[in-house]
Design a protein around this ligand. Sequence first.
Ligand SMILES: CC(C)(COP(=O)(O)OP(=O)(O)OC[C@H]1O[C@@H](n2cnc3c(N)ncnc32)[C@H](O)[C@@H]1OP(=O)(O)O)[C@@H](O)C(=O)NCCC(=O)NCCS
Length: 164
Amino acid sequence: MAEDHRIPRPVRDSQSEMAEIVLPNDANPLGALLGGRLMHWIDLAGAMAAHRHSRNHVVTASVDHIDFLVPVRVGDLVILRSSVNRVFHTSMEVGVKVYVENYIADTAQHVASAHLTFVAIDSAGKRVPVAPVIPETDEQHQRYDDAGRRREIRRAELERRHKR
Ligand SMILES: CC(C)(COP(=O)(O)OP(=O)(O)OC[C@H]1O[C@@H](n2cnc3c(N)ncnc32)[C@H](O)[C@@H]1OP(=O)(O)O)[C@@H](O)C(=O)NCCC(=O)NCCS
């Protein structure tokens, strides 16, 4: 029998990690990682958690603003960690945190964070409900609550923009 994709699943089941070494093709002429390349990686890392949680196709509905906190250089190792913060109905908020790891000094620096909303769709492109996500740790509970507040802000902002 086919598995029921609507069974609630813990956050940890779909948490994902992606790693990239910054190559010259990812950088500007001064050797600094392009913001657009990092945004692309953030989208992919977010989609991984969304796919794994929803067990479906997903599309990116929105990306909240991104601050680039420190420059990343050619040769750096970039680590992107993603997890589903909260599921609404057909959409889910995913948080992505980006670090740059210095493997010589064994240090990691926080580079950027972003919240993305993905919507689950079936192979015909029709929106489909997503199974609830179960927060377990204090941090996951905090993110779950914060995601609810961010959704209200997003909805108000969307409505404001489309009324113009
Ligand atoms: C995202 C998309 C599926 C929403 O479809 P829609 O017909 O506008 O659907 P609705 O307005 O009824 O919203 C459906 C869900 O998406 C959410 N949503 C829609 N627009 C959103 C936005 N800008 N930000 C966050 N969530 C959004 C709604 O809150 C709703 O969530 P829920 O089911 O969990 O309550 C549709 O706009 C789309 O396909 N966009 C293009 C996506 C794409 O191609 N992305 C790649 C980037 S080019």
